[in-house]
Write a protein that binds this ligand. Structure first.
Ligand code: RTP
Length: 152
C-alpha cells in the first residue's frame, strides 16, 4: 500500500560528485516534495561496495563497477515520501542514459551506462537493506512544515 513514509536510498556516484551535481540532485528531490532523513559524504571501500552490489557479482562489468564506485566519494542519502522508490527511479531515468528521457537526471547529465551519475533503490525491500548498509546509525525523524501542502 502506498505510504507517505516510504523510503528510498539515493546515492550520487563519484562522477556526479566530481562533476558538481550534488546540489542539482538534492534540489530535484527537495523540489519534488521528498523529505531528506539522512545524508553523508563517504569514500566507500571496495568491500562495502561489493555488499551494496552483491546481486551483480558475476556480471562482466562488476569489477569495473566496483573500481569506479570506489574511485572517489559518494553522497549517500535517504529520501522519504509517497512512492519514493518508484518516483526516485523515474527521476533518475533508465540505467542506460541513452534510454533516459530528457528531464530525468541521467537523461539530462549522463552519456554512458558506466558513468550514470546516481543510484536509486529498485524496490522497497532493497531500499530498506541499502539504508541499513549505508546508515547503520539510523536516520532522522522530523516533520516538514509544509507537509499539508504536499499531501491531501
Ligand atoms: P543503480 O543500481 O546504480 O541505481 O543502477 P540500476 O539499478 O539502474 O542498474 P543495475 O542493473 O543495478 O546496475 C548497476 C550499475 O552498474 C553499471 N552497469 N554497467 N557496462 C554495463 O553494461 C553496465 N550495466 C550496468 C551502471 O553504473 C549501473 O547503474
Amino acid at each position: 500500500m502506498a505510504s507517505v513514509k516510504e523510503r528510498t536510498y539515493i546515492m550520487v556516484k563519484p562522477d556526479g560528485v566530481q562533476r558538481n551535481l550534488v546540489g542539482e540532485i538534492i534540489g530535484r528531490f527537495e523540489k519534488r516534495g521528498f523529505k531528506l532523513t539522512a545524508l553523508k559524504l563517504v569514500h566507500a571501500s571496495p568491500e562495502h561496495l561489493e555488499k551494496h552490489y552483491a546481486d551483480l557479482a558475476g556480471k562482466p562489468f562488476f569489477p569495473g563497477l566496483i573500481k569506479y564506485m570506489a574511485s572517489g566519494p559518494v553522497v549517500a542519502m535517504v529520501w522519504e515520501g509517497l512512492d519514493a522508490v518508484k518516483t526516485g527511479r523515474v527521476m533518475l531515468g533508465a540505467t542506460n542514459p541513452l534510454q533516459s528521457p530528457v528531464g530525468s537526471i541521467r537523461g539530462d547529465f549522463a552519456l554512458a551506462v558506466g558513468r550514470n551519475i546516481c543510484h536509486g533503490s529498485d524496490s522497497v525491500e532493497n531500499a530498506e537493506k541499502e539504508i541499513k548498509l549505508w546508515f547503520p546509525e539510523g536516520t532522522i525523524q522530523y516533520s516538514l512544515a509544509q507537509e499539508s501542502m504536499i499531501y491531501e
